[in-house]
Design a protein around this ligand. Structure first.
Ligand code: PMP
Length: 363
């Protein structure tokens, strides 16, 4: 960007580039245990895979309105399809919301260790990200969020549950946040990991979207539904936001394979159940074993754990040791958590490899 005669829009040169979790390489014929990107270790529903493979008319454009996918989402979650917009992953919807509502000099508000893409995307439009401090337990602190609101605040993003902390805030707190925000500030509840949560006091934000005209909910097929490669997410929003998103999105933003696999994945409740059940079992097992190893873990309602080491040196040495053993986890130094690592809950066999590599690291 530096030596170019082109006039780059303000903010873009300063925006950090998002570095995705690595997927590692095969070593001596053994594939890596990929525990770095919060994907479903069981993969997608076999029905979704069949639908994907059957979607072969590559010369045809997709349905730009994703009618069938929106209808299937509406049916599965009890929502009005007219209030749903699909995107190329929820990442695209974050970008589209920011394009609609945030401009140069504006502010996007999130919590200190909230998902990085909100802040990065805000910077690309010349806006700034305001990070509100969290509670000592790494929970979104609603009072701190409200105290950080200014005249320039345009969107407040809350991932519930949050990545990389794995924590959630109760429905009453989410509602209190919405009630404390001005009507001209959009509350975006990013519920990418909501399928994994079984707490009674949890809300994915859909109830707030029904009650208020300045709340949206973001969801994805990348996590529990196991379709990260296909890039498909969706937003449930008030009619005016749906209208704005449909004006700015590209006309064919969700591919045919993504649409048909999404519909099929929604139809396979058994695969989803199994994914959630195995995640819960393996998460409990990992929490127990990691605690036995003397590590502290932030309580997680998701498919990943934030694991704390003595200091940054120890966390990066652990990361290097795991990687050398073919176990790929995620550094969260970019989130300001250099003494911690984020570990996706894998299959029983992947978790065995993680635990055995960590056991000899700590020995
Ligand atoms: N929101 C959160 C909280 C996430 O962790 C992720 C995945 N890293 C996303 C959104 C984006 O997911 P996708 O674009 O694959 O839907």
């Amino acid at each position: 960007t530096r030596n170019s005669p082109l006039v780059l829009r303000p903010g873009i040169a300063e925006a950090p580039i998002y570095v995705p979790g690595a997927h590692g390489d095969e070593k001596d014929g053994v594939p890596p245990a990929v525990l770095s990107a919060n994907e479903n270790p069981l993969g997608p529903s076999p029905q979704a895979l069949d639908a994907y493979r059957g979607s072969a008319a590559l010369e045809r454009y997709p349905d730009g309105g994703a009618e069938k996918l929106r209808a299937a989402i509406g049916e599965k979650f009890g929502l009005d399809p007219a209030r749903i917009v699909c995107g190329a992953g929820s990442d695209e919807l974050i970008t589209l919301l920011i394009r609609c509502y945030v401009g140069p000099g504006d502010e996007v508000l999130q919590s200190q260790h909230g998902f990085l893409m909100y802040a990065i995307t805000a910077k690309t439009v010349g806006a700034s990200a305001v990070l509100a401090p969290e509670t000592p337990d790494l929970l979104c602190d609603v009072d701190a969020m409200l105290a950080a609101v200014t005249d320039r605040t345009r969107i407040c993003f809350v991932a519930n549950p949050n990545n990389p902390t794995g924590t959630y805030i109760p429905a009453s707190e989410l509602r209190r946040l919405r009630e404390g925000l001005r009507a001209d500030i959009l509350l975006a509840v990013d519920a990418a990991y909501s399928e994994y949560v079984d707490a009674d006091d949890y809300s994915d934000g859909a109830d707030l979207v029904r009650d208020y005209d300045n709340v949206v909910m973001l969801r994805t097929f990348s996590k529990a539904f196991g379709l990260a490669a296909l890039r498909v997410g969706w937003c449930y929003a008030p009619a005016a936001v749906v209208d704005a998103l449909n004006r700015v999105r590209s006309p064919f933003n969700v591919s045919v394979p993504a649409q048909v696999a999404g519909v099929a994945a929604l139809g396979d409740a058994a695969h989803l159940d199994r994914s959630l059940r195995e995640n819960k079992e393996q998460r409990a097992r990992l929490v127990g074993a990691l605690s036995q190893l003397g590590l502290s873990i932030t309580p997680s309602v998701t498919n990943f754990l934030l694991v704390h080491f003595a200091d940054a040196t120890s966390a990066s040495a652990a990361n290097a040791h795991l990687s050398a053993k073919g176990v790929i986890v995620r550094s969260v130094a970019a989130y300001g958590l250099p003494a911690s690592l984020r570990m996706t809950v894998g299959t029983a066999e992947e978790n065995d490899r993680l635990l055995s590599a960590l056991t000899d690291f700590l020995a």
